[in-house]
Design a protein around this ligand. Structure first.
Ligand SMILES: Nc1nc2c(ncn2[C@@H]2O[C@H](COP(=O)(O)OP(=O)(O)OP(=O)(O)O)[C@@H](O)[C@H]2O)c(=O)[nH]1
Ligand SMILES: [Mg+2]
Length: 336
């Protein structure tokens, strides 16, 4: 009996089994579905595409939130507290991560398991660490699809977390409704290495660790960042980014963050931005997929692959411009 259950666990599920299991909210099936979506084997990609196609009608109803910030800002701790708050108000939360550094360091998954201890045991929360991949584009592409699977499984709030080191934020911004930037108060440099462009993408700036001796510094940071944000143009959403403080440790300012997100949702649904933004994001997804397929085609052909490698080297060495090389690639591709 025991053996059969182990065998069942390892057994590959069929497409109908995956589809119905995910729609029924079965977490084991959801995890298997995400593993399938993350697979780079061509035969898995076919099945993953069919799974997404089947589940697509059941997606789109969740609110998608992106969270970023420099290492150590308190992302994991924030998500643990914020996530527990969300489940306490009857939300079903899925947390996914994009970690461009995970390939080198194997991520901070172990650390996160302990920092998100209560959330990882919460029956209304689902935490899935970063997909691995050879390129950020590849990882991002898979995270977007993993998020759709979570939506089909009935999660109504999706958090996509990324490390704020300036690579993956745009990818995350392109797949969420609300983008939250966590920041430290008084960490030397006013913008602590967070590029202006990332601040411009944020719908809210939350100063973390506003407790104890840090409280005063956090309040001052709010004034500074509010001032800095005033110099930016009003974004297409028509929403001025909020600047707030919170303490995940002392559970302060957490409900206020959720309140701001809800206000944003109401505001952008009224002015049409919410829907428009999602349409735009779907278009980005289309071109991500197209790029991915194109690159796969190139890799499949040995001669083409060799020619592309040659061009890559020339671009690396600076002996040809990227644009020129891309044009040649296209020419070779057409002729193949
Ligand atoms: N005082 C205080 N410390 C906090 C708070 N939130 C996080 N910390 C501490 O800050 C450190 C970093 O927190 P993490 O949640 O691991 O930060 P992170 O952004 O996930 O870090 P990486 O995963 O390395 O990118 C830990 O030692 C936490 O205990 C807070 O609200 N107050
Ligand atoms: Mg972390």
């Amino acid at each position: 009996m025991h053996q059969t259950s182990i065998l069942n666990l390892k057994k590959r599920l069929t497409l109908p089994e995956l589809t119905s299991g995910i729609l029924a909210g079965n977490r084991v099936t959801l995890s298997k579905g995400i593993t399938l979506v993350e697979s780079i084997l061509p035969e898995d990609e076919e099945m993953a595409a069919a799974l997404l196609e089947a589940l697509l009608p059941y997606t789109g109803q969740a609110l998608r939130i992106g969270i970023t910030g420099v290492p150590g800002v308190g992302k994991s701790t924030f998500i643990e507290t914020f996530g527990s708050y969300l489940t306490s108000i009857n939300k079903k939360l899925a947390v996914l991560t994009i970690d461009p550094s995970s390939q080198l360091t194997h991520g901070s998954i172990l650390g996160d398991k302990t920092r998100m201890e209560s959330l990882s045991k919460n029956p209304n929360a689902y935490i899935r660490p970063s997909a691995s991949g050879s390129t950020l584009g590849g990882i991002a592409h898979k995270t977007r699809e993993a998020a759709l699977l979570c939506e089909a499984a009935g999660f109504d709030t999706i958090i996509i977390e990324t490390v704020g080191i300036g690579q993956s934020e745009t990818a995350v911004k392109n797949m969420v409704d609300f983008f939250l930037l966590l920041m430290l108060a008084g960490a030397g440099d006013e913008l602590q290495g967070i590029k202006k462009g990332i601040m411009e993408m944020a719908d809210a700036l939350v100063i973390t660790k506003a407790d104890g001796e840090n409280k005063k510094k956090a309040a001052m940071a709010v004034a500074d960042y509010t001032h800095a944000l005033h110099l930016f143009q009003l974004p297409a959403s028509g929403w001025t980014a909020r600047v707030m403080t919170c303490s995940a440790k002392e559970n302060e300012g957490i409900a206020e963050v959720w309140d701001a997100i809800q206000q944003f949702e109401t505001h952008t649904k009224l002015n049409g931005f919410f829907v428009q933004n999602r349409k735009q994001q779907n278009k980005t997804w289309l071109y991500d997929c197209f790029n991915h397929l194109l690159q796969q085609e190139v890799k499949k052909s040995q001669t083409l692959g060799a020619q592309v490698n040659e061009l890559e080297k020339k671009v690396e060495a600076g002996s040809i411009s990227a644009y020129q090389a891309a044009k040649e690639m296209l020419k070779k591709f057409k002729a193949s």
